[in-house]
Design a protein around this ligand. Structure first.
Ligand code: ACO
Length: 434
């Protein structure tokens, strides 16, 4: 970051001494006011629940312009990456800062492929879960447990160890997600096959059985790969900030990623894809397109507690570029699988059309987010609703680990420790008698 010519002077109405605060500029996007000396100069903290106006870090990985509806990974527009590259290219980009050339990609692919197996003991560990456990509960446990398995690369101050952990977690996530799925079905686990692509291998581990192999359909493979690309990183969102905060204590990277998975699970974040599809299914069961008007009235009624899931975003005040790409993918997949008349897709399109014309949504700048269409694509390719957020976690793992790595090499890195405005009881004595 660069010190700007601008300065901010904070004057206090009680006559206390004014404080001058430096301003820093990034390469693009809003400047930041450096308030680190504020407490020392005024004895006051800043107050910003939900981090509405607080930059928690500097970062060179992902940039979002919420007003324009723009998303860049390491400077490259998401549209170009989604159309021209595959997920492993994007993983390499997020970890290293630049896209790989052909040789670098082959090397990276081989490296990831070599780490796809998990310790056999992980399968025994999984047996402790109930079969009806939510896959995100299982995944949180499995990823946390990885920290108990790899004792050869635990030095987080060592770049080589950090990279080994990064490759391991990226490589093993598809295996773990597929394990969680197979366990829920009561089917035997399918081991990874290294001759397949990253995404093809995942599909096979999900859908093959010992009695019948799974032949990867290229359209499905490409669609899922695109889903992975679109979810790979999204700057300082709730789960990424969780990974950073958890990792800031110096804990194991696997433990930090497990914390990120736990955060992602919530319906206001990654859990929205599952919630969005459930919403569409319920609406379809109640009458479908004909009931859209009445449903929208419920959504706009603040006392109903109903939200249009897959709509709205803290940062995007324009169309989420990922939602646009997802809608396109949705059309392609449904067509390729002969499901052009999918009623849920029609319903989603109708909800979007009505919302984008409705003052309630227009005034609040609420647009479809990535979760609005991703569930329809996943459902079409055979992924059950309960697995949607686990797929999101698989894809976001590279972003989490790249952000964790960036944090540990940041010269300003400190353990994360927010302050508070205390509103509880003042000091008082415990009564001598009950
Ligand atoms: N349906 C109906 N109204 C909404 C919606 C929605 N989906 N989203 C926001 N609003 C309304 C709010 O009621 C509020 O109205 P008000 O100003 O009259 O009180 C206004 O829009 C602003 O909403 P906030 O909740 O204050 O915005 P915030 O930035 O805190 O929340 C969030 C963003 C959580 C994504 C929200 O839009 C939401 O709940 N969306 C549905 C869940 C969802 O799709 N989450 C996925 C996000 S993307 C991701 O994590 C991958």
């Amino acid at each position: 970051m660069q010190l700007s010519d601008k300065k901010v002077t904070l004057s206090l109405s009680d006559g206390g001494q004014a404080v001058e605060l430096p301003v820093y500029s990034g390469t693009v996007g809003p400047d930041v006011i450096d308030i680190r000396k504020l407490y020392g100069g005024t004895g006051m903290f800043t107050y910003d629940p939900g981090f509405m106006a607080t930059a928690s870090t500097e970062s060179a990985i992902t940039y979002i312009d919420g007003d324009k509806g723009e998303l860049l990974y390491r400077g490259y527009p998401i549209e170009q990456l989604a159309q021209q590259r595959n997920f492993l290219d994007v993983c390499y980009l997020l970890l290293n800062g630049d896209l790989p050339d052909a040789e670098q990609l082959t090397e990276f692919d081989a490296l990831v492929t070599n780490h796809t197996m998990v310790h056999e003991q992980m399968y025994a560990f999984m047996q402790g879960f109930r079969r009806d456990a939510h896959p995100m509960a299982v995944l949180t446990g499995l990823v946390g447990a990885l920290s108990a398995f790899y004792h050869d690369s635990t030095d987080i101050a060592n770049a080589k160890d950090r990279r080994t952990s990064a490759i391991r977690i990226i490589a093993k996530m598809p295996t773990l997600v597929a394990m969680a799925y197979k366990y829920s079905l009561g089917q035997p686990n399918i081991y990874p096959r290294n001759e397949l692509s990253y995404t093809g291998n995942f599909l096979r581990m999900m859908f093959a059985t010992p009695t019948e192999d799974y032949h990867v359909n290229e359209v499905v493979e490409r669609a899922l790969d695109r889903i992975f690309i679109l979810h790979a990183d999204h700057e300082q969102n709730a789960s990424t900030s969780t990974v950073r905060l958890c990792g800031s204590s110096g804990t194991s990277p696997f433990a930090a990623i497990a914390a990120g998975i736990a955060c992602l699970w919530g319906p206001a974040h990654g859990g929205a894809n599952e919630a969005a599809l459930q919403m569409l299914e319920q609406l379809q069961a109640q009458g479908g397109v004909e009931k859209v008007g009445a449903f929208m009235e419920q959504v706009k009624d603040k006392t109903s507690g109903v939200r249009l899931m897959g709509f709205g975003h803290r940062v995007y005040k324009n169309y989420d570029p990922r939602a646009r790409l997802m809608q396109e993918t949705c059309k392609e997949v449904l067509q390729a699988l002969g499901l052009e008349n999918d009623p849920l897709f029609k319903l989603a399109m109708e909800l979007e059309r009505i919302a984008l014309e409705d003052d309630y949504f227009v005034e609040r700048k609420l647009y479809p987010n990535v979760d609005f269409y991703s569930g329809i694509v996943q459902r079409a390719i055979g992924i059950p609703t309960s697995m949607f957020t686990a797929i999101f976690a698989l894809a976001r793992t590279v972003g989490w680990i790249a952000q964790w790595d960036e944090m540990l090499t940041d010269p300003n890195y400190k353990i994360g420790r927010p302050r508070q405005l205390y509103v509880g009881a003042q000091r008082r004595d415990v009564p001598a008698e009950r």
